[in-house]
Design a protein around this ligand. Structure first.
Ligand code: PXP
Length: 251
């Protein structure tokens, strides 16, 4: 009997940005994203993800150091490809940096980075991060052109954007969902074949996470908004634990 290819362990990175969104709504220091990071560490999350946006609408500069001091979990800094963010990454030296597209007027990251079109802008940023032992990831759409661009840039990791998959799930559009899922699965396999570690994230929930978590090549999911939302009703410990259970069950 031929046994199926073994799945790799799937890490859960928890994006704590929206704890800071709630804090900033009142301008004080509660709820503190650092406390959220400590809870994630205590309940078995594998990493903390934080996006320092140009407008500092959620995570702020001072949060980064506080998060790094408060837990031993690896910090994955999501950042735009700008000189300002590069300088901040080099100062804080997070475990990983995920380069994302950023538009001031968007509510959240709306799509993948055009790694192919931005090759010349990204090259020096990727190399400086790599020179400083920061694991570079590019947040891209699951398509061959972008994966090929990531390969040419020499990044060790890509994170596939699952936003379209999540939208299709919300719309109840099964056909679009399975097309998106296939795209992500195919590109995850191609990434591994080319020596790149594939991650995925955006818009993942209890209801839609399992088909993504079942893609055997994926090494990490980054999930934020839904977990922070669920935490309001059931607590962050429970939300992270339950997401972890669903991911494990899918493997
Ligand atoms: N991964 C990346 C690169 C992101 O930009 C985001 C959103 O900040 C996430 C994952 C998490 O998405 P969500 O908050 O929808 O779970």
């Amino acid at each position: 009997m031929i046994s199926p290819a073994p799945s790799r362990p799937l890490r859960l990175g928890v994006n704590i940005d929206h704890v800071a969104t709630i804090r900033n709504a009142r301008g004080g220091d509660h709820p503190d994203p650092v406390r959220a990071a400590q809870i994630v560490a205590a309940v078995g999350g594998d990493g903390i993800t934080a996006h320092l946006r140009e407008d500092r609408r959620h995570i702020r500069d001072a949060d980064l150091q506080r998060i790094q001091e408060a837990t031993d979990l690896p910090l994955n800094l999501e950042m735009a490809a700008t000189e300002e963010m590069l300088a901040i990454a080099l100062k804080h030296r997070p475990h990983a940096a995920c380069i994302v597209p950023e538009k001031r007027e968007e509510r959240t990251t709306e799509g993948g980075l055009d790694a192919a079109g931005l090759h010349n802008t990204l090259t020096p940023i990727v190399w400086k991060l790599k020179d400083n032992d920061i694991r570079v990831s590019l947040f891209i759409e699951a398509d061959e052109r972008q994966l090929d661009a990531a390969l040419r840039l020499g990044v060790p990791v890509v994170e596939f954007h699952t936003g379209e998959y999540a939208h299709a799930h919300l719309d109840g559009d099964r056909e679009r969902m399975s097309a998106e899922l296939k795209r992500i699965a195919d590109m995850s396999a191609l990434a591994v074949k080319n020596g790149i570690e594939p991650h995925a994230g955006h818009g993942l929930t209890y209801e839609n996470v399992q088909p993504i978590a079942a893609i055997p090549q994926l090494a990490e999911l980054n999930i934020g908004h839904y977990l922070v939302g669920e935490a309001i009703f059931t607590g962050l410990e429970h939300a992270v634990r339950h997401m972890r259970e669903l991911m494990d069950e899918a493997r």
